[in-house]
Each structure stands twice: as structure tokens, then as C-alpha cells.
Design a protein around this ligand. Structure first.
Ligand SMILES: Nc1ncnc2c1ncn2[C@@H]1O[C@H](COP(=O)(O)OP(=O)(O)OP(=O)(O)O)[C@@H](O)[C@H]1O
Ligand SMILES: [Mg+2]
Length: 280
């Protein structure tokens, strides 16, 4: 077991967004976290990667507590994350975005006015090739289609050779073919490098077609977990999805993105910080 989460609680005012959530994630495992809008999935991610502090509970990586560590400290330990609303630097080129992530992974400080143009460029191009974006390397990031921004974000998340990769709605805004291609790519990372991946996803064909195991949240609590087949057959899960009139197929993003001046994982800033917007 690589990542272990025990009895996590997080409330916003009177709203128990995460209520006694426990799960573990193994090296070489692709674990899906699903649930209706507002179930607490992104909040769980924010707790695991240090953006939020839990009210109570424990999170350990290889037996070492992660509580109290900041996102960039976790990133140095090999916990990478991609976001429901992709976080990239729109003012930089595609390859420079990856170079920035490499700089951070190497512990290099970066002045706000310095660009990463020459830093480990070939390594950055190799990371882009992995996500099939190398042909767009020199385009401004702001010119990319949304699905391509999501793949760029993945390349950036790989810059620190993560042991744990948290992906919040990695395929949102992508066409069905692109979704499966991205998940096939993720699967290769899992098998070839032994990366442990936790991802949230609203597209059920992606979840049931790619995950090894599925966790189901509703109203802050974990209501089921098991193989895709077990979870699909679970009466409680069916009631939560079908009883509410929501289908398994819907894709939706609801969170507003904050205009971050600092990349949330790498901690880097650029002269003209920019986050890519919600496609809808
Ligand atoms: N920063 C915050 N302040 C107050 N309430 C919040 C905050 N973040 C999340 N919430 C609330 O916590 C609950 C869980 O939200 P969360 O974003 O974790 O859900 P989610 O499962 O990721 O939903 P979605 O599928 O829409 O992305 C919701 O009721 C949400 O309104
Ligand atoms: Mg969410």
C-alpha cells in the first residue's frame, strides 16, 4: 500500500463535505473516485494533496504522514496532481510550461521574470511526446484546444516522476476517442512505472472501461467500493445515480477556478500568470 487515507473529515461551515472517508491506493493501481456533483471528490483531492487541511484523519505515503505539508512539498515527495479546471501558464509556450515544471521538480528557484526557455528542453519535449503533444511544443499554451491543455497538464504532472498521481476529471472537455486515448496512456504509466493513480470522472464508460477499482462517494461519505462490476451491481450506487435522475453518462464541471498567481503544485509563478478557463 502506497497511499493510505484514514477517517478523513472536512466541513465547510455546517456542510460536511468529506465525512469519515478511508481508502488505500497501491502502486500500479488505477483507482476511480466517482459520485454525483458535490459528493466531495475534489475536496478529497484537495485534502490528499495538501491544499486543504482536514478537520481530522490521517494521510500517509509509504507510512510517512503527509499532514501539514504544502502542495509543493508533496510534489517534491512524488505526489502529483492535475485539476478539474486545468492549471497551466497561458502566457508561455507549451514546452516552456513543461520546462517550468521540470525546474520546480529539480528544486530550482525561478525569478518571476526569467523564462525557462533553455532548461532541460529535450526532456520537456520527451514528456510532451509521451502525451502526443510534441508537435504543438512551440505554440502558446493559450492557443491549445481544451483537451490538449489537459494533456499538457498531465505532461507537467509527470515532470517530477510521481509515485502518486491524482487526476481530477482528466477527460472533461474531451471527445470520446480522446478520453480513451488519455486513459490508455495513463494505464501505460501505471504498468510501466508503477505509478499509483487516483482519478475522478463523470464519464462512466471511462470509469468502468479503465479503472481497476472504484470508490463511490455521495454527500461526503464513501458509500461503496469494489471492482467496476461490483460497483455497477450495487443497489445503493444505482439509487444514488438513477434515483436522482442523473445518469452515469453526464459530464459536468461546477467549480469556479481561482485566478492563481502561483501554480498550485509546483508553486511557480510567471510574469503573466494565467489559468486556463472552464470550457463551458
Ligand atoms: N472551498 C469551499 N468552501 C465551501 N464549500 C465548499 C468548498 N469546496 C467545496 N465545497 C462544498 O463541498 C461539497 C463538496 O464539493 P466538491 O467540490 O468536493 O464536490 P465534487 O464531488 O468534486 O463535485 P463535482 O463533481 O461537481 O466536481 C459541495 O457541497 C461544495 O459546495
Ligand atoms: Mg470536483
Amino acid at each position: 500500500m502506497l497511499l493510505d487515507v484514514r477517517h478523513l473529515h472536512k466541513a465547510f461551515g455546517g456542510n460536511q463535505a468529506v465525512n469519515d472517508v478511508s481508502f488505500s491506493l497501491h502502486a500500479g493501481e488505477l483507482l476511480a473516485l466517482i459520485g454525483p456533483n458535490g459528493a466531495g471528490k475534489s475536496t478529497t483531492f484537495n485534502l490528499v494533496n495538501g491544499q486543504l487541511a482536514p478537520d481530522s484523519g490521517h494521510i500517509t505515503l509509504d507510512g510517512v504522514s503527509l499532514l501539514g505539508l504544502q502542495p509543493h512539498e508533496l510534489w517534491r515527495l512524488g505526489v502529483s496532481r492535475t485539476f478539474q479546471i486545468a492549471q497551466t501558464f497561458g502566457s508561455l509556450t507549451v514546452v516552456e510550461n513543461v520546462q517550468m515544471a521540470l525546474l520546480s521538480a529539480d528544486g530550482q528557484s525561478l525569478s518571476p521574470w526569467r523564462r525557462a526557455t533553455h532548461y532541460r528542453r529535450n526532456d520537456a519535449l520527451a514528456l510532451l511526446a509521451q502525451v502526443h503533444l510534441h508537435e504543438q511544443a512551440n505554440r502558446p499554451c493559450s492557443a491549445l484546444a481544451y483537451g490538449d491543455v489537459k494533456r499538457l497538464e498531465l505532461a507537467m504532472a509527470l515532470a517530477n516522476e510521481p509515485r502518486v498521481l491524482l487526476m481530477d476529471e482528466p477527460t472533461a472537455g474531451m471527445a470520446p476517442d480522446e478520453r480513451h486515448a488519455l486513459m490508455d496512456l495513463t494505464r501505460r504509466l501505471v504498468t510501466q512505472r508503477g505509478v499509483a493513480v487516483l482519478f475522478t470522472e463523470h464519464s462512466m464508460d471511462v470509469v468502468f472501461g479503465h479503472a481497476d477499482r472504484v470508490l463511490v462517494m455521495a454527500r461526503g461519505a464513501l458509500i461503496a467500493q469494489g471492482t467496476p462490476a461490483q460497483v455497477q451491481a450495487d443497489a445503493h450506487v444505482q439509487a444514488v445515480y438513477f434515483g436522482s435522475g442523473k445518469t452515469f453518462g453526464g459530464s459536468h464541471t461546477s467549480q469556479a477556478s481561482e485566478e492563481a498567481s502561483r501554480h498550485p503544485m509546483t508553486g511557480l509563478t510567471t510574469s503573466q500568470p494565467s489559468t486556463t478557463g472552464d470550457p463551458s
